[in-house]
Design a binder for this molecule. Structure first.
Ligand code: SAM
Length: 239
């Protein structure tokens, strides 16, 4: 997977991504990260990349030309036109299924806005997907881009030590994950559920599945309606 991030703050992206699991994935060349400084494509002698909005109003707007220049630099490095994701609070809300779909791509371009956003004309020209990470407004698209890259990277074979863990995790099949426990067996007077100590794999699997279902029902009833449950499981949650 090749990530290209168009940003005014490449250092933020590089430092954030070169840490922990994504950092190791970059080292192992399972993912390749190129942070492109939009400022390098400014035609202004002071390297200015923003200007006042036409029509007035608060704040500054990122200009079209430097963004377009940064995008064209990516085109020189890829064989076919890549998907370009503009991080914006006005986009479709990011979710796990979307991450699974993006993980199939060979190249992904993330366009990070700042200030009041980016001149609409360049967005019309290059953006294929408008994505938001939630209904709130951040100062820039860098954190949202990293949220997306982190989520997508976990789905790339070899990035997690144990690839099975992504398959049993929350949102897979519209269920939340079951509760997890580790040593010691008793902590603060609380004991690990007996079944997990039994070594009986079938019983553990059944317990975990039920816990997943009950937890989803309690915390995310909107999801449970979309989960594929057996008729026995459907009866279980009706009682
Ligand atoms: N004026 C814009 C609006 O009202 O829609 C908000 C601009 S915001 C201050 C600056 C940049 O942060 C955006 O261009 C976008 O790249 C990023 N951003 C802010 N909130 C975001 C969110 N919830 N999801 C994704 N990107 C976001």
């Amino acid at each position: 997977m090749n990530y290209y991030v168009l940003t005014l703050f490449p250092q933020m992206i590089e430092e954030g991504m070169n840490t922990s699991i994504t950092g190791r994935a970059i080292e192992k060349e399972l993912i390749h990260l190129t942070a492109i400084d939009i400022r390098d494509y400014s035609t202004n002698k002071h390297k200015k990349v923003d200007d006042y909005p036409y029509g007035g109003g608060a704040g500054m707007v990122m200009q079209a030309e430097p963004v377009y220049g940064a995008y064209k630099a990516v085109l020189e490095q890829v064989k076919k036109k890549p998907r370009v994701i503009y991080l914006t609070p006005q986009g479709a809300t990011f979710h796990q299924t979307m991450a699974e779909e993006f993980a199939q791509e060979e190249n992904l371009v993330f366009l990070c806005g700042h200030y009041e956003g980016i001149d609409e004309r360049v967005l019309e020209e290059i953006v294929t997907d408008h994505v938001s990470i939630g209904d709130y407004v951040l100062t820039g698209g860098e954190l949202p881009a990293m949220v997306m890259m982190d989520t997508i990277s976990r789905l790339i074979p070899g990035v997690l030590n144990n690839d099975i863990s992504a398959e049993t995790e929350s949102f897979h099949d519209n269920l939340l994950e079951y509760p997890q426990y580790s040593r010691p067996e008793i902590w603060n007077g609380k004991k690990v559920p007996e079944v997990l100590m039994s070594g009986h794999h079938k019983n553990i699997e059944t317990w975990r599945r039920e816990q997943s279902i009950f937890r989803t029902l309690e915390r995310r009833p909107d999801l449970i309606e979309k989960a594929s449950l057996t008729s026995k499981e459907k009866k279980l949650i009706q009682t």
